[in-house]
Write a protein that binds this ligand. Structure first.
Ligand SMILES: N[C@@H](CCC(=O)N[C@@H](CS)C(=O)NCC(=O)O)C(=O)O
Length: 213
């Protein structure tokens, strides 16, 4: 399988980490949504990443759909999202909060890299900032309630993976840990995950996308 997208994207990275943890090898295409837009569009009409290309050429798009496919391939015992019941509902809620935080972070970045300064709308940026921090506060609350444990059950799940990828991205791209608000519980889960080779091997330095990068 071929994974398209840079590892500084939290969405690409959660797919890459999941494939590593599930022992699914992949070739990586380090294509930027900025300068490689046309190349990505050959595989995904939206020109977005992650995109996962199957050996037969089928291209999967949208990280949640890709993770669903990976879990299906892994089978119910190894799947990274709990199979059913309260654990599954809680996992899906955490995933919504974590991806929401990352999306609001990406939106703030894009406001600055894709929009000229005179066309930026401050109330919209402030709204995204508020939403991102509210989501981070919720992830931090849940992490602190589970101090020293995984977010759900007694093993790492997609909730830990996605929360970590979102947190690390927001630290790198928006320095959220250096703001007045800190997230020690979430930071502790991220530190635990980031120490693992499955995370470390797919970590990239953050660069804002642009026409030349
Ligand atoms: N909901 C999407 C979000 C993916 C996403 O926002 N990817 C960004 C990179 S971090 C992207 O492709 N940006 C280019 C664009 O949206 O035009 C997913 O989970 O796959």
């Amino acid at each position: 399988m071929i994974l398209i997208g840079m590892f500084d994207s939290p969405f690409v990275r959660r797919v890459a980490v999941s494939m590593n943890l599930l022992g699914m090898p992949f070739e990586h295409r380090n294509w930027s949504v900025g300068k490689d837009f046309e190349l990505i569009r050959q595989f995904n009409p939206l020109g977005r990443v992650p995109t996962l290309v199957q050996p037969d050429g089928e291209a999967l798009i949208e990280s949640a759909a890709i993770l669903d496919f990976l879990d299906e391939c892994a089978g119910p015992e190894r799947a990274l999202i709990p199979r059913a019941g309260k654990d599954r509902r809680e996992a899906l809620r955490i995933l919504a909060v974590a991806t929401g935080a990352a999306e609001k972070g990406v939106t703030q970045v894009y406001e600055t890299v894709f929009r000229p300064s005179e066309k930026r709308y401050r109330p919209w940026m402030e709204r995204c900032h508020t939403q991102m921090h509210a989501a981070l506060a919720e992830l931090n609350r849940l992490s602190q309630a589970r101090a020293g444990e995984w977010l759900i059950g007694n093993r790492m799940t997609q909730a830990d993976i996605t929360a970590t990828c979102a947190y690390t991205f927001l630290v790198d791209a928006l320095a959220i840990n250096r703001a007045t608000v800190a997230y020690p519980g979430l930071a502790a889960i991220a530190e635990r995950c980031e120490a693992l080779p499955e995370f470390r091997s797919v970590k990239a330095e953050w660069f804002p996308p642009g026409e030349n990068s």
